[in-house]
Design a protein around this ligand. Sequence first.
Ligand SMILES: Cc1ncc(COP(=O)(O)O)c(C=O)c1O
Length: 470
Amino acid sequence: MNDEIKIGEPVIFQSLDTNDEKNGALNGENSRGKSNSHKEYCPFSFDIKDTILDAIGYTPIVRLNKIPQSEDVKCEIVAKCEYLNPGGSLKDRISLRMIADAEKEGKIKPGDTLIEPTSGNTGIGMALVAAIKGYRMVIVVPEKTSNEKIATMRSLGAEVFVKPAESHISVSNKLHKQIPNSHILGQYSNPSNPMAHYDTTAEELIEQCEGKINYIFVGAGTGGTISGIGRKLKEKIPNCKVIGVDPYGSILALPEELNKAVKSMAYQVEGTGDDFIPKTLDRKVIDQWIKVNDKDSFLMARRLIKEEGLLCGGSSGQVVAAAIRYAKEFNLGKDVRCVVILADSIRNYMTKFVDDFWMIRHGFMSMDSLSDPSHPLFGVSWEKLGLKESEFVGPETTLAEVAKLMSQGVRYLPVMEQKKIVGYISNHSLMKQTINAKKTGDHPAWPAIIRDIQIVITIFLMISLIPLIL
Ligand SMILES: Cc1ncc(COP(=O)(O)O)c(C=O)c1O
């Protein structure tokens, strides 16, 4: 079977004998579910599942409508909604598979501790499986991991470490030495990672698309998804082009020149890209790479949510932005079908790219967007927002007057100078001014000002929004 791969033998599969049941590897047409201990999920069966693990996989595939139309893209673009897995991402599949394979090989047993370095979604998937199967779960995440992901992992009973000064992989190795009966299943090198996608995701795609896939666009982190899907598609649909999507600042793409422009740039999209080449990434099954920046990724993710109703995450925006750009550049016709993988869900990013103020603070949206007629605050006057003249602090306002306003429950007061907001005073800055600087109430409140316009406007609008929402 290995000889059938046209563009080179994937390194990660070399250790696997594809007739070896023990590795959960392929036998015959479709080995979906064979190596996992859970029952195979069938989309047409509505029977009671024994546990939530039986509902992993077989995610829907949905055609994009408004976005390709408005971009004048002729080809069909269909999205595999991996964010609809029970844990909210495609990583549920590999978590289940890595644990099931390790159990079969006698490497782990319930009661042991599993440690995993992850950008978050594998942590959620592993914590979900560990909760059901009875493992202690320890997860190490990089600093940029969203609070929503960390909260989800902790809710599932996992212990989560964020160590800004060290790589999450080296912290995991240290913990492994310290914790008895602990195991790192290691998504960056574990063959069960790409095999999960080779056996399930790719098989589902072929079935759902009835074998017609001309292009597939997949983001790469560990590379497990693209390597597993890519290998299966090269075997079963040899003409299908596999396109890898990589953020600017990552080094996964080939040729190397693509990565050189902005090698050390930090990027905000979570889950894709890396600064080393994982063993689970087989770049030989990838025909071409496309680099995408944060802004295009987040703006497209917001469009997918708003225009297509697909409640996905930032890396999903990244792959769709890549597909749209590619379809336009190569003028793909209406008989061409492109598949995109939507890896995770909006839930992970409620306080990040989903939030206008986060987007503005990071420079992905301009303040002018608040003057967009479709923005809820467009055209709303300050008076209408419920803010009275007296609630502003001016150059003449005294500390005693500000203290009186704050005693009525106001936590932040905007400071105005010549009818422009120049900063704000908080409870804390007021206290510092009166107690630390030993100022009496008749002194001007002016020195307590915090001059951060972005935050002022954020706080100001948030306070103002409360009566509107209520
Ligand atoms: C949001 C998101 N997108 C894409 C990926 C890439 O998947 P893979 O690690 O299989 O390359 C990940 C991986 O964590 C992810 O979390």
